[in-house]
Design a binder for this molecule. Structure first.
Ligand SMILES: *[C@@H]1O[C@H](CO)[C@@H](O)[C@H](O)[C@H]1NC(C)=O
Ligand SMILES: *[C@@H]1O[C@H](CO)[C@@H](O)[C@H](O)[C@H]1NC(C)=O
Ligand SMILES: *[C@@H]1O[C@H](CO)[C@@H](O)[C@H](O)[C@H]1NC(C)=O
Ligand SMILES: *[C@@H]1O[C@H](CO)[C@@H](O)[C@H](O)[C@H]1NC(C)=O
Ligand SMILES: *[C@@H]1O[C@H](CO)[C@@H](O)[C@H](O)[C@H]1NC(C)=O
Ligand SMILES: *[C@@H]1O[C@H](CO)[C@@H](O)[C@H](O)[C@H]1NC(C)=O
Length: 595
């Protein structure tokens, strides 16, 4: 019934949609808040470069800076870039960063937090004698003797960022799969899936042939399989960008794919879609979509940010930036139906470094000084799949309506997002059965009962845990028991510990093929494919043996792999109704059903 209601309201919207679509390009659109999740810039690969810790590369920093500049062009009222679609956010500070208007969260991986910084340097480049009113303005810059003090480095802008470690409860919003025990257990057995087994066999020869060409220096031969698809691709893409010989070799076609790199990219995408976007896999609770946990958490955070903007009538949370790995992209693409929609081809590929998904809260008509009523608020989803200059912010319809022009009413959006979101950190602890210490603290706080279906009926608070309490718990826990937690997590939770020397990245204990595959090499450590500690492999056969023709375009040294004619996937969600997890002020729906 709830589903039907959504369908009907979407249909009603559709009727007026063409008018809305035109209007969104006009000047009477007011964007009130933008919430984005941004993939970090190019980093050194997990494997292959000995004695380095995964770090942002200079190319990666440029990708982030470029993306930040594009956000500047879009949102900052006074910016000029004639070719970029603009959507200025009212009263967003123009030249001087006002940290009260912006919220930035990043995971504490070195290459993610530095990516965030590079992005922010593009968003607010150095600007001499620029002083934000929210930061005390010009008065704060003046001295008693009437000297005006500029910021150092010719007006460098200092962004405030929350950099969250896995010990911080709030980290689950941007990396919900990390330290999620049930997720780790789920991906542990993916190799046993017959669908996966078939891809493994079908691609084995191709991988082995490529091992000779590209991977001998970095991987033992037995790792050149679909099982390590992401790691292989990441290493290959890195070499493609940085190594002259590999660059040329990678462009040779010797499969049914146009290039070797295109093959690796496609298979990595297939694997990660299964690991993070196979919605039919459950953990503790049937239908809990455990593989997509990172997307479910992100959905909750996106909605929370918008609610904060609404609650403050547009004063706070104007620009909300989150930085992390690719898993939440893959998971959200599945949860929102993008991966099955009319533009499936755009969403079956992994995001390119610097890619951004963007949710904009806006209204049409009225004026920029009056915050609209909630029923006049709209949301649109945009995806910018790389940081390359000619990539537009492209709108796409969410939640399965192929004809929908990419905008939906906020109330419908909120309802659909809450249906896939996990409501709060306590809910995450439950679904994940995480042994993270903040989960233990939450449990004792609530007398041990943390029913996810009960965790959330509390109005606008989507966190389920008062953020102040969460922060206090996080801090206390971190100080006193970080060591105990870490060792516990390594034993039970599948958290890998990065040794400071960067060498001994220990594998999951008993995780994936830890023992089986690691014995062969002491220099290189092997995790599951994906990205570092939270990374895991994934399987999903969407192409059923059908080959996608691919084409590689390059711009500068940045590689963009662009498959064409990607077969449409048909993931069934029958029996996966997630009403049990929604926690809403809004009617629960099952948004992924085709309309
Ligand atoms: C903007 O677009 C025009 C026409 O497509 C092009 O000639 C021009 O170089 C572009 N400018 C920038 C700054 O990209
Ligand atoms: C004012 O004080 C600052 C800091 O003490 C000093 O650097 C600056 O030269 C002074 N300006 C004048 C005009 O005296
Ligand atoms: C394809 O690769 C195999 C193994 O690397 C090689 O023997 C064969 O000659 C290649 N074929 C072409 C057309 O490049
Ligand atoms: C904006 O709209 C509100 C309500 O329609 C009106 O009261 C206000 O005067 C308008 N402000 C400007 C600057 O036009
Ligand atoms: C998703 O997971 C289920 C359960 O493991 C499996 O049967 C199915 O083949 C997977 N779907 C795809 C498209 O791989
Ligand atoms: C990126 O997006 C652009 C524009 O939406 C599209 O033309 C292109 O094919 C996409 N490329 C990749 C690699 O996804």
């Amino acid at each position: 019934m709830a589903t039907l209601a959504l369908v009907i309201s979407l249909a009603a919207l559709l009727a007026s949609s063409s008018a809305q679509n035109v209007m969104t390009e006009e000047a009477d659109v007011h964007v009130w808040s933008s919430v984005s999740y941004i993939f970090h810039g190019e980093k050194t690969p997990l494997r292959g470069l000995k004695a380095t810790k995964e770090s942002l590369t200079p190319l990666g920093a440029h990708q982030m800076l470029d993306q930040g500049s594009m956000f500047r062009a879009r949102y900052i009222p006074d910016s000029v870039d004639a070719n970029m679609t603009r959507a200025p956010i009212a009263s967003l500070s123009a030249d001087a960063i006002d940290n009260t208007q912006i919220s930035v969260i990043a995971s504490n991986d070195i290459y993610v937090s530095t990516s965030a910084l590079a992005f922010l340097q593009g968003l607010y480049p150095p600007s001499s004698h620029a002083y934000a009113d929210g930061a005390g303005g010009i008065r704060a810059a003046g001295l008693a003797n009437h000297t005006l003090v500029d910021w150092p480095l010719h007006g460098y802008q200092y962004p405030a960022m929350e950099v969250l470690s896995v010990l911080d409860p709030n980290s689950v919003w941007i990396q919900g799969h990390v330290a999620c025990t049930r997720y780790q257990q789920s991906v542990l057995h993916f190799i046993d899936d017959p669908t996966v087994g078939k891809i493994y066999k079908d691609t084995l020869n191709t991988y082995r042939n490529m091992w000779d060409k590209y991977f001998t220096a970095a991987f033992p031969e037995n790792l050149a399989t679909f099982e390590y698809a992401y790691d292989l691709y990441e290493y290959a893409a890195y070499q493609f960008n940085h190594d002259k010989d590999t660059h040329h070799q990678m462009l040779t076609a010797n499969t049914s794919y146009s290039t070797d790199l295109a093959f690796l990219a496609e298979l990595a995408g297939t694997q990660q879609r299964d690991l993070n976007g196979n919605l039919s896999v459950s953990g503790v609770v049937p239908g809990d979509m455990i593989r997509a946990i990172s997307g479910r958490m992100l959905a909750g955070k996106v909605l929370e940010r918008m609610k904060l903007n609404i609650a403050s009538k547009g004063a706070n949370n104007k620009l909300n930036l989150m930085f992390g790995s690719f898993e939440p992209f893959v998971a959200f693409f599945a949860l929102s139906g993008l991966v099955n929609g009319n533009s499936a081809g755009d969403f079956q590929q992994l995001p390119n470094n610097g890619a951004a998904m963007v949710f904009e809260l806006f209204s049409v008509g009225g004026n920029a000084s009056t915050y609209p009523e909630t029923h006049n608020l709209w949301v649109r989803f945009l995806y910018r799949n790389s940081s390359l200059p000619d990539t537009p912010f492209t709108p796409y319809p969410l939640f399965g309506d192929g004809n929908f022009p990419g905008s939906m009413q906020y109330v419908d959006f909120a309802s659909a997002m809450q249906a896939v979101a996990v409501d709060g950190i306590a809910g995450w602890c439950n679904l994940c059965e995480s042994i993270n210490l903040f989960c233990q603290a939450l449990k004792s706080n609530t007398g041990g009962s943390l029913d996810p279906t009960l965790s959330g009926s509390h109005g606008t608070n989507t966190s389920g845990l008062n953020p102040v309490v969460a922060g206090a718990i996080g801090a206390a826990v971190t100080v006193f028991v970080a060591g105990a937690l870490l060792s516990g997590a390594m034993v039970f939770g599948g958290v890998r510990y990065h040794r400071p020397d960067g060498k001994g990245r220990t594998g999951f204990l008993g995780g994936f093929k830890g023992a089986r595959k690691m014995a062969s090499d002491t220099d290189v450590s092997y995790s599951k494919s994906g990205a570092r500690h939270e990374r895991t492999s994934s399987w999903e056969l969407r192409h059923g043996g059908k080959k996608a023709e691919e084409q590689v375009t390059t711009s500068g040294v940045g590689a963009v792999v662009q498959p064409k004619n990607v077969a449409r996937s048909t993931v069934s969600t029958k029996g996966d109704d997630d009403d049990g997890f929604s926690i809403l002020e809004h009617t629960p729906v099952k948004p992924r059903e085709d309309v």
